[in-house]
Design a protein around this ligand. Structure first.
Ligand code: FPP
Length: 250
C-alpha cells in the first residue's frame, strides 16, 4: 500500500490540527461580493471541517476565527463577524451535540459583545461532556499575548516560592506551558494555512515550535474535505525529529 493512502495514516495522524482560515475577503472580492459574504461562506466551511476532522480521527481542531489584531478591521466587518458568531453558534449547537463536539475557546472573550460572549459560554457549557472531538475556537486570540500572560503568571509563581533562584531554575518549558491558556490541550501537530500566505500571524506561537506547517493557495471558503485529506497525507509523510537525527527517531 502506498504510504499516502488514508489507511496508512492511522499511526501518523495528527492529534491536534490548527487552521488559519485565510482568504475569505479575496474569495468574496473575486465574486463581486462584500467581505462579509466571504466570512459567511467561511463559517459554513468551518462548520463542515469539524465534521470532516472528526470522521478522519482528529481529536482536537483549533480554528483561528478572530485575532487580537482583527479588532482594527473596519467596524462593519468586526460587527459582522461578532454577529455571525452569536447567530451561528446557537444554530450549530444541536449539530455539535449530535457529533460529540466539545466546544472550547482559546483567547480572552471578555471584550466580546454580550450576545457573542453569551453564545460562546452557552456552547461551552452545553458541550462540556462531549468526547468526540474538541473544537477550540481561537477568539480574540494572540500568541504573543498568550505567552505574555504566562510570563506574568510565571513571575508571580516564582515570587511565591521560598527560594527564588531555584524556582527560576525549575521553570522548564513544560512548567511554563502549564501556565498558558492552552495548558490542557495537546501540543499542536499540524498547522494549516489557507489563502496562499506563508506566515503564522500570531497563531499558536508557542506550539509552532515543533508543529508541521502546511500552506495551501485555496481560499478558505473553497476548502474541501479533500483539501483536509491532502494536508493529512502530507503530514503523514513528514519525519518529526524534534531536533534529533533521523536515525534517532527511527
Ligand atoms: C481571514 O480571511 C479570516 C478571518 C479574519 C476570519 C475568519 C472567520 C471565519 C472563517 C468565519 C467564522 C468565524 C466567526 C468569528 C463566526 P481574510 O478576511 O483576511 O481574507 P483575505 O486575506 O482574503 O482578505
Amino acid at each position: 500500500m502506498s504510504p499516502s493512502t488514508p489507511m496508512d495514516q492511522s499511526h501518523t495522524l495528527p492529534c491536534h490540527v490548527g487552521i488559519i482560515m485565510d482568504g475569505n475577503g479575496r474569495w468574496a472580492k473575486a465574486r463581486g461580493k462584500g467581505r462579509l459574504e466571504g466570512h459567511k461562506q467561511g463559517a459554513e466551511v468551518a462548520r463542515n471541517v469539524v465534521a470532516w476532522a472528526k470522521d478522519l480521527g482528529i481529536r482536537q481542531l483549533s480554528l483561528y476565527a478572530f485575532s487580537t489584531e482583527n479588532w482594527d478591521r473596519p467596524k462593519l466587518e468586526v460587527r459582522g463577524l461578532m454577529s455571525l458568531l452569536s447567530i451561528l453558534l446557537p444554530k450549530t449547537l444541536p449539530e455539535m451535540m449530535k457529533n460529540g463536539v466539545r466546544f472550547r475557546v482559546l483567547g480572552d472573550i471578555s471584550p466580546l459583545p454580550g450576545s457573542a460572549r453569551r453564545a460562546v459560554e452557552k456552547a461551552m457549557q452545553q458541550t462540556e461532556a462531549n468526547t468526540g472531538i474538541d473544537l477550540i475556537l481561537c477568539l480574540n486570540y494572540g500568541g504573543q499575548q498568550e505567552i505574555l500572560a504566562a510570563a506574568r503568571k510565571a513571575c508571580e509563581w516564582v515570587q511565591l516560592q521560598g527560594d527564588n533562584q531555584s524556582a527560576w531554575a525549575s521553570l522548564t518549558p513544560e512548567r511554563f506551558r502549564s501556565m498558558m491558556w492552552r495548558h490542557d490541550t495537546a501540543p499542536l501537530d499540524l498547522l494549516i494555512r489557507t489563502g496562499g500566505e506563508q506566515r503564522i500571524s500570531n497563531f499558536h506561537l508557542w506550539d509552532a515550535a515543533y508543529a508541521e506547517l502546511y500552506f495551501t493557495d485555496r481560499y478558505w471558503p473553497d476548502f474541501s474535505r479533500q483539501d483536509l485529506q491532502d494536508a493529512l497525507t502530507d503530514y503523514a509523510s513528514r519525519e518529526r525529529r524534534y531536533g534529533l537525527t533521523s536515525e534517532q527517531v527511527s
